[in-house]
Design a protein around this ligand. Sequence first.
Ligand code: IPE
Ligand code: IPE
Ligand code: MG
Length: 245
Amino acid sequence: MPIFNKKTDSKPMELPTHIAIIMDGNGRWAKKRGLPRTAGHKVGAEAFRTIANYAKSIGLKYLTVYAFSTENWKRSQEEVNTIMELLEKYLRELLRDMDKNRVRFCFFGDLSRLSPTLRAEAEETAERSKQYDGVQVNFCLNYGGRDEILRAARSFAAKCAAGEARPEELTDEVFSGLLYSAGVPDPDLIIRPSGEERISNFLLWQSAYAEYYFTDTLWPDFGPRDLDLAIEAYNKRSRRFGGVK
Ligand code: IPE
Ligand code: IPE
Ligand code: MG
């Protein structure tokens, strides 16, 4: 039974609308076992599969996961290649099992730098899964928060230069609508496993009032019970959004 279905003394546990996860710790998981880092990425992909299914089963509306950052290209060619191959395999399986899983997929990030195969798979996955209305998974691939903000700023500047918009028309809502996350509510809870306590260029604009949850568990070991614990911790927070409660 998911933990948030438990009744606390006064009120039932609240499920956040949008949970975002920085899937970190694959390399250390592998190192601890004397395995190559890539072995950690393989098990990390399975952890994602489990969490996505669990998120669907508990009725979560949005799950955003950070899979590859704009900075991750700095890694060895071998590691990057293996991650990309794993992603291709993963999306192929996703496309194969789509009717069974019924998860809606969106991709946040600059897909133009990916291989044509991976890009085509991502586009097909997003297009074909539009029809499903269970959990929406936003898969961040070659994603960077600064890159996202810069693109939005450039696109608005271009509209101004073309005489299609005026600078004073740029509001919070208009700007949000220019991001990869257009139409998706801001995350309520951002989880980072692996013991690191930093944001690493993830959802910089959208995280303005997110609650953070850090855990030492490495991503490949992260399971439904860990998600329950994060939701339980979230329920103990007092969100004030700058007001008084
Ligand atoms: C996260 O795990 C996966 C990616 C960034 C692609 P890491 O590969 O960063 O694992 P650690 O942080 O080295 O343990
Ligand atoms: C953040 O993890 C990116 C992803 C999990 C995809 P990193 O491992 O790249 O972050 P740093 O280098 O520890 O900040
Ligand atoms: Mg890492």
